[in-house]
Design a protein around this ligand. Structure first.
Ligand code: SF4
Length: 340
């Protein structure tokens, strides 16, 4: 046996040992997680096979589907480098104030017709803690109330930074889950956003948990962060004990600070999903924006790589592919769509 073969055998053994730890819900150490994310592409399919077994063990073969509505767009005072809705971007994103409740109910029904059982109301802006507007929060809470009366859908919202009082108000109105991304690792965040502090995002997650709602919290990859910084965010999410982790891939939009960011190879992105499944084995891992553009023909592999959830329909400022193509992809893979 050559040295290369021996080394390859050791790496496969290492991946299987990490799979075993994940199956037993034993936390991976920092060094183990970094070694996994630094595996070269020769071993990506061994890693995917392991992540697939871990996904099946905890999540079965059901895929949870979400859809969203862009309920208030543009004019955002924050300066997130990837976002077309930031007022510091010149991306020409749509600009409108909070839509009426009817439009939200209509959006939820359209999402359900596409197979989604979870529906997210998403607004641009800083949010509702400290410098945010309480008046808009009241209006959003009314809209959530209408949604809970008129639609049998799992209700989620992404309204920016909130405190526990705002979270309690939204929960009382019928909200079941709150989405708030950390976006990236703490150590990379200053490269992405300078208008608020990472700790405000962390505090939002803690406030939502304290209010007793599910938390959907992840980030966006391909911003120039290192592999170690990808692990760093996963460890922060593990420490925060979030319920669902949305994984977005950068779709560089002209007029944003990230417009010239080079794309990551699709296999590198599948590796992120697989490593997240190993670090966060029991959690929901959801593939969100940028899937079509970045993974192209490899997008059906996201479930084998460890994801158990995805978004259908359009994203905030970019278009997804038709929902029927995603539903077909899920059934072709022998998977089924999860109910509420
Ligand atoms: S990601 Fe959210 S907070 Fe950041 S600029 Fe875009 S809309 Fe504003």
């Amino acid at each position: 046996m050559t040295t290369t073969q021996t080394q390859a055998g050791q790496e496969v053994e290492f991946i299987r040992a990490m799979e075993q730890k994940a199956l037993e819900n034993q936390p991976l150490t920092w060094d183990e997680a970094v070694e996994l994310i630094n595996l070269d592409t020769t071993h990506i399919f061994d890693l995917i096979a392991s992540a697939n077994r871990v996904r099946r063990h905890y999540k079965g073969d059901e895929i949870s589907i979400c859809s969203i509505i862009n309920a208030k767009s543009g004019h955002c005072p924050e300066d997130c480098a990837f976002c077309a809705q930031s007022s510091s971007a010149s991306a020409g994103a749509p600009e409108f104030d909070l839509v009426e409740a009817d439009k939200i109910v209509e959006g939820a029904r359209a999402g359900m017709a596409n197979g989604a059982r979870k529906f997210g109301v998403v607004t641009s802006g800083y949010g509702f803690a400290n410098k945010g507007s309480k008046k808009t929060l009241d209006k959003v809470a009314d809209h959530i109330g209408r949604l809970s009366q008129q639609c049998e859908v799992h209700r989620c919202a992404s309204l920016g930074i909130i405190d526990e009082a705002a979270a309690m108000k939204l929960k009382a109105a019928g909200l079941e889950e709150y989405h708030h991304n950390l976006e990236t690792a703490r150590s990379f965040f200053p490269n992405v956003c300078t208008t608020h502090d990472y700790e405000e995002d962390v505090a939002t997650v803690r406030a939502v948990k304290a209010a007793g709602m599910r938390v959907c919290c992840g980030g966006i990859f391909g911003l120039g962060e290192s592999r170690e910084q990808r692990v760093e965010m996963a460890f922060t999410l593990r420490e925060l004990d979030v319920d669902s982790i949305p994984i977005n891939f950068l779709n560089p939009i002209k007029g944003t600070r990230m417009e010239n960011q080079p794309p990551e190879p699709p296999l590198e992105l599948l590796k992120i999903i697989a490593v997240y499944r190993m670090i966060l084995p029991t959690k929901d891992i959801k593939i969100a924006g940028g899937r079509e553009k970045n993974l192209r023909d490899l997008q059906s592999m996201v479930f084998a790589a460890g994801a158990n959830s995805t978004m259908v329909g359009n994203y905030l400022t970019t278009c997804g592919r038709p929902a029927e193509e995603d539903l077909k992809m899920i059934s072709d893979l022998g998977l089924s769509v999860k109910g509420k």
